[in-house]
Design a protein around this ligand. Structure first.
Ligand SMILES: Cc1ncc(COP(=O)(O)O)c(C=O)c1O
Length: 390
């Protein structure tokens, strides 16, 4: 095992600055192509609903194997639209993990439904099917809410176990709607995120594995027939000629500039994904000895937007990593049921696995432009920082 216990920032300079996510390196690679795309938008002037939107939707559907894709203003819009389309509202239960970004629960509450928080599996950090079964039974026994939607989150890009979740959703007659905001590019049993659940929301926030230069997202469907309804909600609930409102909607559209950027990023996405995968393999091989990296469902290959692991004495480890020039981030220190906005939905007895992982989790730099030397340096640094924990 390499030891870097005496490494300083000066030593770090031999591997250069390590970025948590390096959007600049990516931009250097694609800038001329992006500029041509943006120029085309300036030339045709259709800033909303330009031809880039339909082109991106088709390419995303082709890439993922989804039957339809609807480009949205953000991952959040992509979460709200299918919930509105499903007709959920007061008295409806949406089963969701509390170990996620607040947008997941916000979307449920904005739709008028009630989040029922489910604990996570302590290894995959994704929704625990066992706890889900328990909470469905509890909701039914209590009789106040009707189980309507099952909303797993593919945390850190790792697809939830849709084999098991699909069976439960089918048995309980619930709509299975994946929050894949973090998992574009993930796969399960050879099928891409977007083709794993009847509906999937993805985010193209700039820091995501596929990121725009602003806010953007998309909804993916396994069937064609819901597309028109989602498009209508995305455009203030209007009918196809955009005149009459036929349902409640809002402005959930992606703009043409973001689609233009995403088209160029999608063109290099698979190559970038392979680079992320190589880095994750090195991290996994080296760091499983000293920490607990996220595990994945059988047959799952994450989109590797993040690389996350658990350690004891996290704050001390992170302080040492910082001193060694390794940037880190913590998603999430506070699970949703502990946040003021969602505390009234906290389950009795809490969510033990969620609460434990929230104390130990952190994420390492993960982007396709990390060099092998930087990846090794980061592994050396984690080994050394954990060893110093005693
Ligand atoms: C799990 C999850 N859901 C939803 C969202 C919301 O996506 P956006 O920021 O594109 O609205 C995010 C964004 O970070 C997320 O991580």
């Amino acid at each position: 095992m390499n030891s870097v216990s005496n490494l300083s920032l000066a030593a770090n300079s031999s591997v250069g600055d390590i970025a948590f996510i390096d959007l600049k390196a990516q931009q250097r690679r694609i800038r001329p192509a992006v500029e041509r795309r943006l120029q085309a938008v300036l030339d045709h002037g259709r800033y909303i609903a330009g031809p880039e939107i339909a082109e991106l939707e088709q390419k995303i559907a082709d890439f993922t194997g989804a039957a339809a894709a609807v480009a949205c203003a953000s991952g959040t819009a992509a979460l709200i639209i299918p919930l509105l389309a499903s007709g959920v509202g007061a008295g409806d239960a949406v089963f969701v993990p509390a170990f996620t970004y607040n947008a997941t629960a916000n979307a449920i509450l904005l739709s008028g439904a009630t989040p029922v928080f489910v604990d996570i599996d302590p290894q995959t950090f994704n929704m625990s099917a066992d706890d889900l079964e328990r909470r469905i039974d509890l909701v039914k026994a209590e009789g106040k809410l009707k189980p309507r939607v099952l909303m797993p989150v593919d945390l850190f890009g790792s697809p939830a176990d849709y084999r098991v979740l699909s069976d439960i959703a089918e048995r309980e007659n619930m709509f299975l709607f994946a929050d894949g905001a973090q998992s574009f590019g993930g796969r399960l049993d050879g099928r891409w995120v977007g083709d794993l659940a009847p509906a999937t929301a993805v985010s193209f926030f700039p820091g995501k594995a596929l990121g725009a230069y602003g806010d953007a997202g998309a909804i993916l469907s396994r069937t064609e027939n819901i597309k028109e309804c989602w498009e209508s909600i995305r455009w203030h609930g209007t009918c196809a000629d955009r005149k009459d409102s036929v349902r409640v909607g809002f402005n959930g559209r992606m703009d043409s500039f973001q689609a233009a950027v995403l088209l160029e990023k999608l063109a290099i996405f698979e190559e970038e994904l392979a680079a992320r995968e190589r880095i994750a393999e090195v991290y996994g091989a080296r760091l499983s000895r000293v920490a607990r990296p996220q595990q994945h469902a059988r047959g799952a290959r994450p989109g590797w937007g993040y690389y996350s692991l658990c350690v004891y004495n996290r704050e001390r480890v992170l302080a040492r990593l910082k001193a060694m020039g390794v940037p880190t981030a913590v998603y999430y220190t506070t699970p949703l049921h502990k946040m003021p906005a969602f505390a009234e939905y906290a389950p009795e007895g809490g969510l033990p696995a969620t609460e434990k992982v929230a104390q130990e989790i952190f994420s390492l730099p993960m982007h396709p432009y990390l060099t092998p030397a930087q990846t090794d340096y980061i592994c050396d640094a984690v080994e050394s920082a954990v060893a110093a924990n005693g």
